[in-house]
Design a protein around this ligand. Structure first.
Ligand SMILES: [Zn+2]
Ligand SMILES: [Zn+2]
Ligand SMILES: [Zn+2]
Ligand SMILES: [Zn+2]
Length: 353
């Protein structure tokens, strides 16, 4: 079959992507693409590095064999098995966003059965140039676009900026820009992007979350909390909407608490055998709950401390230094169970001057 005989089936690529989003119950982006691959028995995913090690080849030789600097999909007719090989090496010209796209692009060839349609054993990834009209490449990219950056979600969440799309969905800025342009051009033609019925239940919740999604400009923590006013890590009140910063749960590891904000073991004496319902440690009587704390004025002339700002009573997560609703410090911060967010361990030095 020659190139010109293949007609690009945009509808099929789009429908397949939508179906897969439903089948794999995707409701978080970037998609965990490797966990999806695991569900396909005849798809083996390998890195160039793995091929180098198992075949004793250099990276250049693997690139030559795969006929691509990025990746390739090989099909073994007799075994009905596929090998998706990809260049895992992150460089300035190959950022992780690009590898993510390549993986999904190759997955597109697999799921759209391009090897069979094209009648070839191997399809190699080409970096598209404006003049490149390979219909299989275009179809695989179209699939990737609808799978990794579903236009209906972007429209529903009102994301008009390629930077935001890139940051939120984990694709490159260039790719986000093409998606954005595709949406604008299509809308001009009167095409409406509504969330497909099969994705409605899963996405209404997700869209809400996208709308809450904010990243703190000071400490780069990412939150999905409705009515977030203060960063619970550093108390900043300015946020970047849609930008996906660090997960504060992994970056600022706190104290393990249950859903009532109560520590699972005592943060002061490490007692693990706590009473079922008490809010104080039965050994050292430390207060176990992380919550919004009141602010008192320490006036040396007055015996009793004067209440300045009352607590709003919000229960907080185990790593919260501040209340995300009102900005008061947390009980864990006040009791020094948590370090200040920007605390650095002092460097030990032998010299004292
Ligand atoms: Zn391709
Ligand atoms: Zn912050
Ligand atoms: Zn204790
Ligand atoms: Zn509060």
């Amino acid at each position: 079959m020659t190139k010109t005989e293949k007609k690009i089936d945009f509808e099929k690529a789009k429908r397949t992507a939508t179906d897969l989003l439903e089948i794999h119950e995707v409701n978080e982006f970037p998609i965990n693409i490797f966990s999806i691959f695991e569900e396909y028995d005849n798809l083996n995913v390998v890195t160039y590095k793995e091929i180098m090690n198992s075949c004793g080849l250099t990276r250049q030789q693997v690139i030559k064999n795969c006929k691509s600097t990025e990746g390739a999909l090989s099909y073994n007719v007799n075994l009905d098995e596929y090998i998706l090989a990809y260049n895992e090496q992150i460089t300035n010209t190959r950022p992780k966003e690009m590898i993510y796209w390549t993986l999904c692009h190759e997955f597109g060839h697999y799921i759209l059965q391009h090897n069979k349609e094209k009648g070839v054993e191997m399809i190699s990834r080409r970096l598209l140039e404006p003049t490149d009209r390979d219909p299989f490449e275009t179809e695989a990219n179209f699939f990737a676009r609808f799978f990794l950056t579903p236009p209906s979600i972007i429209v529903a969440a009102n994301m008009n900026d390629a930077n935001k799309i890139s940051s939120y969905f984990g694709v490159s800025y260039t790719s986000a820009k093409i998606t954005r342009k595709y949406i604008t051009d299509s809308m001009k033609k009167g095409i409406i992007f509504s969330i497909p019925d099969i994705l409605k239940s899963c996405y209404s919740k997700f869209i809400k979350r996208i709308n809450y999604g904010k990243t703190c400009v000071k400490c780069n923590s990412y939150f999905e909390i409705e009515n977030l006013k203060n960063c619970s890590i550093c108390n900043e009140t300015v946020f970047n909407k849609y930008k996906k910063g660090d997960n504060p749960m992994t970056k600022y590891i706190g104290i393990k608490v249950d859903h009532n904000g109560r520590a699972k073991s005592c943060p002061r004496c490490q007692n693990e055998d706590l009473d079922y319902d008490g809010n104080f440690c039965n050994v050292c009587s430390a207060y176990l709950v992380n919550e919004c704390a009141a602010i008192y004025d320490h006036n040396p002339f007055v015996e009793q401390e004067e209440l300045l700002v009352d607590s709003c009573g919000t229960t907080l997560s185990g790593n919260a230094r501040y209340c995300h609703k009102c900005g008061n410090p947390s009980t864990f911060l006040n009791n020094n169970y948590l370090n200040a967010w920007n605390y650095r361990k002092p460097i030990m030095s032998d010299s004292h001057y």
